[in-house]
Write a protein that binds this ligand. Structure first.
Ligand code: ADP
Length: 653
């Protein structure tokens, strides 16, 4: 029943009244106004019924008054008659004359008082039509009768008095008695009627009160339910929306109905959620960029709150530590556990530093769950509260494993390159050995000849000491030359060398020419120099620089080997802009200009027994000294190789 009523109330509230068009305040006021009006109407009807009952009571009272008035009038008439009758029996004229005035006044006064009382009776009281005329006729008749009786008594005509009393006064008393009877009957009827009416009014009041109370209750229930539903339904939709948004479902919208506060709140919520959704998307986009940037740079971020002990790791940090963000909650303990045991002391030291409020950068290794090792560079920055207390740390972890490996690889490559350079030198020297053997053999043969000559001069009967000394001196010169050549060759075979010594480049060029001269001579190649005077020294690795010269000069010789009329190798040195500029030019086969860069590529060679490593090694040596090496060539017209080296301040004397 109540459910039906509520359903009906909903239907009515939605279809008829459209309560949600009104604001909640006016809606409630309207509801209460209706309830108060219903109560007032019930009360008005009850009051009307009370009024009716009251009228009946007044009427009852009125008829009683009428009866009392009539009874009083009748009583005074009876008393008047009895007194007169008593005087008549006693035939006491004196007393009659004395009291006649008082009797007349009493009866007249009583009659007037009765009329007066009757005139004040409530309007609803219907007077007996004979009542007033009777009273008036008593008032009119009695004084005259009294005068006549008094006159008769004074003349002692008591029979006449008795007769007059019986014929004139007695009928008045009878009429009054009759009236009393009539009125008594009427009053009885009217009272019965009034009582009936009052009972009816009572029943009606009871009925009206209960009907009014029931109707008011129904009305209040209906209005209350309709108003409550008109508020709770949209509120429920609002709550639904809030729950959906709390779940992260930003596509949910509060359905708009009506124009009340809740409807407006709903539309404000919808607008807000659209804005929130945009912000959320923007945030997601930025986070995606950040995550991508972190992924690309192998850099994760982290935060550690000292108060809550909560640790935040970005997706890349999880990735670096090789753990699943869905199953692992990072803590400081788990972090420390993953640090390589040998590096935990470093972490502890840096940790103390950071707790003092300083920024810190530290390198350590971590051991992943699969036991692999990663190299990490981390930066930590303390965050302080308003009172300057450190409450949180934020920082980054960068996976530098690849860089570390690349460095190791580079170091290994550098080693390989050095080994290769050494190998290349040895190979070159192997080729040179034959020609150098000739070069060395010559001073040694000369020394042998001079030794023999010296012996001959000494073996004479008279030894020619001067000649022998001269021969021995020549021998010493020859041997010294041979030793010179040998020591230079051994320098070339030496692996590594002193770094950064001051080198006189002109002198180095001359040494190299001594070494390579016989190789050049074999192919009728002349070597020419244009060396600058007062050339500043260069800080360089002497052996490496020798290697560069040897590569360039041998390449020049190689390029000129095939030419018919020999060729010329020119070596120039000059100083310009705090740099040394060295050129090695030949008149050989040259190379196409488009190959100018290609010839510096490792393993590029046009020779049957070439390694293609001479030029790249030379370039890397020059570049490691802070200089530059390049080539200018033209097919069939020779080639020029030039390189620069930074000059030292102190010029060569
Ligand atoms: P390799 O001498 O073992 O071939 P290099 O790196 O020294 O290795 O030289 C690479 C190539 O550059 C040579 O094979 C040659 O084709 C070219 N080249 C080098 N120097 C000259 C030069 N002076 N004239 C012409 N070509 C040259």
């Amino acid at each position: 029943m109540l459910g039906k009523l509520a359903g009906w109330a909903t239907k009515v509230s939605e279809s008829t009244f459209h309560l949600h068009r009104f604001n909640i305040g006016p809606r409630l006021t309207l509801g209460f106004l209706f309830i108060v009006l219903a109560l007032l109407m019930g009360n008005a009807v009850s009051l009307w019924q009370f009024h009716l009952a009251r009228t009946q009571a007044d009427r009852l009272n009125g008829v009683d008054q009428e009866l009392i008035t009539v009874l009083q009038a009748h009583t005074s008439l009876m008393s008047f008659y009895e007194r007169l009758d008593a005087f008549t029996h006693s035939e006491n004229t004196g007393q009659l004359v004395r009291e006649v005035e008082a009797l007349r006044n009493a009866i007249l006064q009583e009659s007037r008082r009765s009329r007066d009382a009757l005139s004040r009776l409530p309007a609803g009281v219907q007077l007996d039509p004979a009542l007033l005329p009777t009273l008036l006729s008593i008032e009119d008749t009695l004084p005259a009768e009294l005068e006549a009786i008094t006159a008769l008594a004074q003349s002692n005509e008591w029979d006449a008095v008795r007769l007059r009393l019986a014929n004139q006064v007695r009928p008045l008393e009878s009429r009054s008695s009759e009236l009393v009877e009539n009125i008594d009957r009427e009053v009885g009827e009217q009272r019965a009627q009034a009582v009936l009416n009052i009972e009816q009014a009572q029943r009606r009041i009871l009925l009206i009160l209960s009907v009014t109370a029931a109707l008011t209750l129904l009305f209040a229930a209906f209005l209350g339910s309709a108003i409550t539903r008109s508020i709770t339904q949209p509120l429920g939709r609002l709550m639904e929306g809030s729950t959906a948004w709390a779940r992260g479902d930003f596509s949910h919208r509060v359905p708009g109905a009506g124009k009340d506060e809740i409807a407006r709140l709903g539309s404000v919520f919808n607008d807000m959620i659209v804005r929130l959704q945009e912000l959320y998307r923007e945030l997601q986009r930025r986070e995606a960029y950040l995550t991508e940037a972190q992924r690309l740079s192998h850099t994760g971020s982290w935060a550690w709150n000292l108060l809550t002990q909560r640790v935040f790791w970005s997706a890349e940090t999880f990735q670096i530590f090789g753990v699943d963000p869905n199953t692992t909650t990072p803590t400081m303990e788990s972090f420390l556990e993953s640090v390589h045991p040998d590096d935990r002391t470093t972490i502890a030291l840096v940790d103390t530093e950071v707790r003092h409020g300083n920024d810190a950068k530290y390198d350590f290794r971590i051991v992943l769950p699969d036991h692999s090792i990663k190299y990490i560079t981390s930066v930590a920055h303390p965050i302080r509260n308003d009172s300057g207390q450190v409450i949180e740390f934020v920082g980054t972890v960068m996976d530098v494993t690849e860089r570390k490996r690349a460095e190791e690889e580079r170091e290994r490559l550098r080693q390989v390159q050095a080994d290769l350079a050494h190998l290349s030198r040895i190979t070159t020297m192997g080729e040179l050995t034959a020609s150098l053997a000739h070069e060395i053999r010559q001073p040694i043969t000369a020394a042998l000849t001079n030794a023999k000559t010296s012996l001959r001069w000494l073996d004479r009967d008279t030894p020619e000491l001067e000649e022998a000394r001269a021969a021995t001196s020549r021998m010493i010169r020859d041997v010294t030359r041979a030793a010179d050549i040998i020591s230079r060759i051994s320098l070339l075979f030496k692996k590594g060398g002193s770094q950064g010594e001051l080198v006189d480049v002109n002198e180095l060029i001359r040494e190299m020419i001594v070494l390579l001269r016989s190789e050049a001579n074999r192919y009728s190649i002349s070597i020419r120099t244009e060396l600058a005077q007062h050339l500043p020294n260069a800080r360089a690795d002497r052996v490496q620089l020798q290697q560069v010269f040897m590569n360039l000069m041998l390449n020049g010789i190689d390029a000129m080997k095939g030419t018919t009329n020999g060729g010329e190798l020119t070596i120039k040195s000059e100083a310009c802009d705090a740099q040394l500029l060295i050129s090695v030019s030949d008149t050989g086969v040259g190379f196409p200009p488009e190959q100018a860069d290609q010839i510096f590529s490792a393993f590029f060679t046009t020779k049957d027994s070439g390694t293609g490593m001479g030029l790249p090694i030379s370039r890397s040596i020059i570049e490691s000294h802070g200089g530059r090496l390049w080539a200018v060539g033209a097919s069939g017209r020779g080639a020029t190789f030039q390189f620069t080296l930074p000059a030292t301040v102190a010029a060569h004397a």
